[in-house]
Design a protein around this ligand. Structure first.
Ligand SMILES: Cc1cc2nc3c(=O)[nH]c(=O)nc-3n(C[C@H](O)[C@H](O)[C@H](O)COP(=O)(O)OP(=O)(O)OC[C@H]3O[C@@H](n4cnc5c(N)ncnc54)[C@H](O)[C@@H]3O)c2cc1C
Length: 511
């Protein structure tokens, strides 16, 4: 299904919809439903902040978030002009790899305009931009401090509402008695902790099969103020793991001129929990650049951790019996490896599918199967990329996996000097490429011919590259070829890397 045709509005007349959860998936689904339904109520267990407030229900909001080009495009269809709102609030557009220093598996990628871009911002800011738009819509109401407990069954396999309880300090246990919120359509957008399988089981339906794929990694994130006078000809850094490795580091600019820095470790035991460990983990990455820039920066707040990530999906599309007028979206449906920044993209895609099918079908009744199938179809490319990565790390790979690994390694090596290969590698990293794209002519040619020239000796940067004053003080670059996973790198012990030439405030990313 093409999601490119723009959202399809109707004049309503279809009753009340309830969206459970006011995270990103809930907000985008509410927008889609508001095109079709008469009223939409968004139920949220937490409070619903005005502005970019933090909530316990979305702990992952502390980690680096960005919107892929696909997510931005989808959001514009749902909330026209929202990218402008975000940019106005300080979100930073990062063209890849033009504005980003990327260390790929085979070495540093050249910087050029590939057409790929990210919108980088704190997750709280992203959610608040959507919330404020919805608040301005008279059809949409938020019901904060309400927890959904169960689905209300109707006749002939339908859902007719949600059982909720409200926070009540005066009540025993802190919650009110349960009550019913009737609805003609219910969306579960409660994130990875979704209880939809249990809710279905309580009503006598089968629980969905679940697939878990890919490694379960850990993430640590800290926010920094760049050093005073920081001068760089880049906005973001990405150090991908070498083949077979998992440690990964990224630095994204976020609102307020700050940096959000996230490190991925394979082992929760190795996840940094304080700033000293964070710096050490950054130093152990394949290249010292990320360590060196944050060493000179000022930490703002603690180091936040996140374990138990990976790829997990629930196969609702396989269930034979299903209550009509109910659907599951976002992380509640599929929880994708955060390293590849696909969760928000998938949530937007879910909302667009909802929008399109409701408008096309003309009623909320009898749409359950088509919706579940369409959402599974939409998930396929990002989902396939997870197992692909898992296969690449299999300690005893089969022939097919070995060949695929060698192919990828050759394209990755060529990516240091070949733009088509570099674009393919970045798309693959963001899980944007379907399987068939592996044999795209540019990638195929790169795999056959290999690198066209010698790989660059260091980051392609006038401010942080091999010829920059900063780089001359560092140890030589490690070789671009793979090293043993987890092998410790030479720690940079030189003087603080940033030359303190004055940079105008608010213009920190310009050279
Ligand atoms: C470390 C990390 C980094 C990430 N980086 C990126 C990135 O760069 N780009 C990207 O696209 N994705 C990223 N993701 C993924 C992204 O965070 C998720 O895909 C996204 O949060 C999913 O949104 P959601 O609305 O489905 O769930 P959530 O954001 O988890 O929202 C669920 C909401 O439901 C509420 N809720 C739960 N249960 C109930 C109930 N019973 N009743 C009422 N309310 C309830 C919760 O309070 C919460 O508000 C990252 C994830 C992690 C962990």
């Amino acid at each position: 299904m093409s999601l490119d045709a723009g959202v399809v509005g109707t004049d309503g007349g279809h009753g009340h919809a309830v969206v459970i959860g006011s995270g990103f998936a809930g907000l985008t689904a509410a927008r889609a439903l508001a095109h079709f339904m008469d009223r939409v109520t968004v139920i949220e267990r937490d409070w619903v902040p005005r502005g970019p407030g933090r909530r316990p229900g979305v702990p992952q909001a502390r980690h680096t978030h960005s919107l892929t080009a696909a997510a931005q495009h989808g959001l514009e269809q749902l909330f026209p002009g929202v990218a402008g709102d975000l940019a106005g609030a300080g979100a930073v557009r990062v063209r890849m790899p033009q504005d980003m220093l990327v260390l790929g598996p085979g070495g540093w990628l050249p910087r050029f305009d590939s057409g790929l871009s990210l919108l980088s911002a704190g997750r709280d800011l992203i959610d608040s931009a959507l919330r404020e738009r919805l608040r301005a819509d008279p059809k949409v109401a938020f019901l904060p401090g309400h927890e959904a407990l169960a689905l209300e069954p109707g006749r002939h396999d339908t859902v007719t509402g949600v059982q909720v309880r409200a926070r009540d300090r005066g009540a025993p246990g802190g919650w009110s008695e349960r009550r019913l919120i009737p609805a003609e359509f219910v969306v579960d957008a409660t994130g990875r902790g979704s209880r939809a399988p249990q809710w279905l089981a309580e009503l006598g339906y089968d629980m969905p099969a679940e697939t878990v794929a890919g490694p379960r990694d850990s993430f640590a994130t800290a926010v920094f103020a760049p050093p005073v006078g920081h001068v760089a000809d880049w906005k973001a850094l990405l150090l991908m793991p070498d083949p077979g490795g998992r440690a990964r580091g990224l630095l994204h600019p976020v609102e307020g001129g700050r940096w959000s820095v996230t490190l991925r470790t394979a082992d929760p035991e190795q996840r940094p929990t304080d700033h000293a460990q964070f710096l050490q983990a950054a130093a152990d990455l394949r290249h010292p650049l990320l360590h060196d820039v944050i060493e000179a920066a000022t930490a703002l707040g603690p180091v936040y951790g996140c374990d138990r990530t990976g790829n997990r999906r629930r196969h609702y599309e396989r269930l034979r019996r299903w209550p009509d007028q109910f659907v599951v979206v976002g992380d509640a449906l599929a929880d994708l490896d955060p390293a590849h920044g696909q969760g928000l993209t998938f949530a937007v895609e879910c909302a667009l599918v909802l929008d399109r099918l409701l408008a096309g079908h003309g009623t909320t009744v009898g749409l359950g199967y088509r919706l579940r199938r369409a959402l599974a179809h939409q998930l396929a490319p990002a989902w396939q990329a997870g197992p692909r990565r898992r296969a690449a790390r299999d300690p005893r790979p089969g022939l097919r996996t070995r060949l695929a690994g060698r192919y990828t390694a050759r394209v990755a090596a060529a990516a240091t000097t070949d733009r088509a290969a570099a674009t393919w590698l970045l798309e693959r990293d963001q899980a944007l490429t379907p399987r068939a794209a592996a044999l795209r002519p540019g990638a195929l040619r790169a795999a056959l011919t290999g690198p066209r020239a010698t790989a660059p000796a260091g980051p392609p940067s006038t401010t942080h590259g091999p010829t920059a004053p900063y780089r001359r003080r560092l140890a030589p670059d490690p070789p671009a070829t793979a090293t043993a996973p987890g092998a410790a790198r030479t720690r940079h012990t030189g003087p603080p890397p940033h030359h303190p030439t004055a940079a105008p405030a608010g213009d920190r990313h310009r050279p």
